[in-house]
Design a protein around this ligand. Structure first.
Ligand SMILES: *Cc1c(COP(=O)(O)O)cnc(C)c1O
Length: 404
């Protein structure tokens, strides 16, 4: 069976062949431990790591000394929240985050809540954006950290990060942002955005899995973290463990390529995404775009096809790899908490599909996927009594349903 067309680039991305080529020597002859100070194997590895650190720093407008290597954005987010909470606990016990954050931020915040921290989970507006006035009101003199993601992994909505950073700076509160989806896709600058901590992941930007970084600001203010991993004191004491040299080289290479090609790539990606969107909207009625199109990753489309179960649609388009807005949690199908936070009903959340256009998608992919989705949605709706009633002009909200 041939593999499906991959259009799920928010879940992960394939490794760019140029990234793989950069990594390969570090699995072979250049296998040294970057901490070995006594011989050329170590020096070679350390040099490669420092070059990669510069490539990572350059992508986000940071200094290479501010880059802490981690195993990915999950670890970066854990280190940022737990590390700040522990380090600044005497200053205050309040942390603010948002309802649409990635699970690894939400669950870290919930763990801190159990340990006695007070957490505010800010709601978002219907467009998916944080309300800046609500954020201002939520900050108290006990607030030590605000953690708001740069771009959302389901709906691609890009938060007003620079404004959030400004508010945090004025109030003397640290600002962390999960940029796993944003870094390499849209311009990110930790200085302009007043970001104190920023999480990144290589496998969301055509690098390898299991490697990422946390930017930790060194001055204005100097951010300190309590390490969550004890050991040899790597990464300026913030994250012990022998460095994954090939992974780090891959992360650096992915950052350099993304930075160089971003202007062209984001244009191309937005063109393909908009072509897909326009086709679907032109040929299908009762479809709804989730999240604002005004502030959005160029490669994201999240769309609900009313009166169609996302899972049935996924089965109908089984030669296309995408995700639905339902999460399979222990045998039950839960509607996406992100879409619910936008005020979507369970039915709209269950009928949503996330398309993530990637570097290696072609215009032919988009044409094929659009035609296939249109065909399958039309077929499924022919089988939907609800859709038929709506088409006959019956107002479903006025129908008296009888339970049995
Ligand atoms: C993928 C993702 C993560 C987790 O990153 P890993 O490197 O896979 O641990 C965190 N946050 C967001 C927004 C993501 O998209």
């Amino acid at each position: 069976m041939p593999m499906p067309i991959y259009m799920d680039n928010h879940a992960t991305t394939p490794v760019d062949p140029r990234v793989l080529d950069a990594m390969l020597p570090y699995f072979k002859d250049q296998f040294g431990n970057a901490s070995s100070r006594n011989h050329a194997f170590g020096w070679q590895a350390e040099e490669a790591v420092e070059k990669a650190r510069k490539q990572v720093a350059s992508l986000i407008g940071a200094n290479s000394k501010e880059i802490v290597i981690t195993s990915g954005a999950t670890e970066s987010n854990n280190l940022a929240l737990k590390g700040v909470a522990e380090m600044y606990a005497e200053r205050g016990n309040h942390i603010i985050t948002a309802a649409t954050e990635h699970k690894c931020v939400l669950d870290t915040a919930k763990r801190l809540e159990k340990q006695g921290f007070r957490i505010t989970f800010l709601p978002v507006m219907q467009d998916g954006l944080v309300d800046l006035d609500m954020l201002r009101e939520a900050i108290t003199d006990k607030t030590i950290l605000v953690s708001i993601m740069y771009a959302n992994n389901e709906i691609g909505v890009v938060q007003p990060v620079a404004e959030i950073g400004k508010i945090c700076k004025e109030r003397g509160v640290l600002f962390h942002s999960d940029a796993a989806q944003a870094a390499g896709k849209v311009p990110v600058n930790v200085i302009a955005d007043n970001i104190d901590l920023l999480s990144m992941s290589a496998h969301k930007m055509y690098g390898p899995k299991g490697i990422g970084a946390l930017y930790v600001r060194r001055k204005g203010p100097r951010v300190q973290l309590t390490a969550q991993m004890d050991g040899g004191g790597h990464e300026r004491g913030m994250r012990s463990g022998t460095l994954n040299v090939p992974g780090i080289v891959g992360l650096g290479s992915a950052c350099e390529i993304a930075q160089k090609e971003m202007p062209e790539e984001s244009k191309r990606s937005a063109y393909l995404r908009d072509k897909l969107k326009d086709r679907l909207l032109a040929e299908l009625d009762e479809v709804f775009i989730n999240g604002t199109m005004e502030r959005r990753l160029p490669n994201n489309l999240n769309i609900s096809f009313a009166y169609v179960e996302g899972e049935s649609l996924l089965m109908g388009i089984n030669d296309v790899a995408v995700s639905s807005g339902s999460a399979c949690t222990s045998a039950t199908l839960e509607p996406s908490y992100v879409l619910k936070a936008l005020g979507a009903g369970d039915d709209i959340a269950h009928s949503s599909i996330r398309f993530g256009i990637g570097r290696f998608n072609t215009e032919a992919d988009v044409d094929y996927v659009a035609a296939k989705v249109i065909q399958v949605v039309k077929k499924l709706r022919e089988l939907s009594p609800l859709y038929e009633m709506v088409k006959e002009g019956i107002d479903l909200s006025k129908v008296q349903w009888t339970a049995h």
